[in-house]
Write a protein that binds this ligand. Structure first.
Ligand SMILES: Cc1cc2nc3c(=O)[nH]c(=O)nc-3n(C[C@H](O)[C@H](O)[C@H](O)COP(=O)(O)O)c2cc1C
Length: 182
């Protein structure tokens, strides 16, 4: 896929086929995160790759009550948890850039995945506390987001249709509202 096509066609995927992601493609996705830019090149991101039905199921159980809405991750062959080591955080103008850095890296990974026809979906609905305990994460790490990765199933699940219509996922604000020229 060409870059423009990758960016313009990406959308959140919430139903996955059982096809596994080849290891070399998974590695390429992770490399796309590794190569991302970051404030003062601090590279605060840390990625935890959860693979296989049993482990993905355990993760979904450990997403807490708020994570129940994202039960669909169970159909994905891989879920990646994007963390940031706050010890490597860069603060400018009283803003902690570890969130920005990690989000850029994760989005690069999602675009690289989509380039191979692999879908993903940013998820913020999870209990950080529960996942932190389950994985015994270092104290300085925050969980920025997580996402399933997998080939889209041919048919969208009812839940996938419901969530994207509830969020009006295809809608975007007009250019006139988001861009100002001086
Ligand atoms: C930071 C962030 C958190 C999100 N959290 C969730 C979530 O918990 N569950 C979910 O189904 N979608 C989640 N989404 C996906 C959004 O609903 C989706 O990106 C938006 O509706 C636009 O749709 P699109 O990604 O298909 O273009 C999240 C997206 C972002 C960027």
């Amino acid at each position: 896929m060409e870059t423009t096509e990758t960016i313009f066609t990406r959308h959140s995927i919430r139903s996955f086929s059982a096809d596994p992601i080849p290891p070399e493609i998974l590695d390429e996705i992770l490399q796309a995160g590794r190569l991302a830019p970051s404030a003062q090149n601090r590279q605060p991101w840390r990625f935890i790759v959860i693979q296989g039905a049993d482990k993905v199921k355990s993760l979904s159980v450990n997403c807490g009550l708020i994570g129940l809405s994202n039960f669909f991750i169970r159909s994905a062959p891989v879920v990646i948890i994007a963390c940031a080591d706050t010890k490597r955080a860069m603060t400018i103008n009283k803003q902690d850039y570890y969130l920005v850095d990690t989000a850029i890296a994760f989005q690069q990974m999602m675009l690289q995945a989509w380039n191979h026809g692999i879908g993903s979906c940013w998820l913020a609905a999870f209990s950080e506390k529960k996942i932190r305990t389950w994985l015994d994460l270092p104290k300085s790490w925050r969980i920025v987001g997580l996402s399933p990765f997998g080939y889209p199933s041919e048919k969208k699940s009812f839940h996938a249709k419901l969530v994207s219509s509830f969020a009006k996922s295809a809608d975007r604000l007009p250019m006139t509202e988001i861009v100002q020229y001086y």
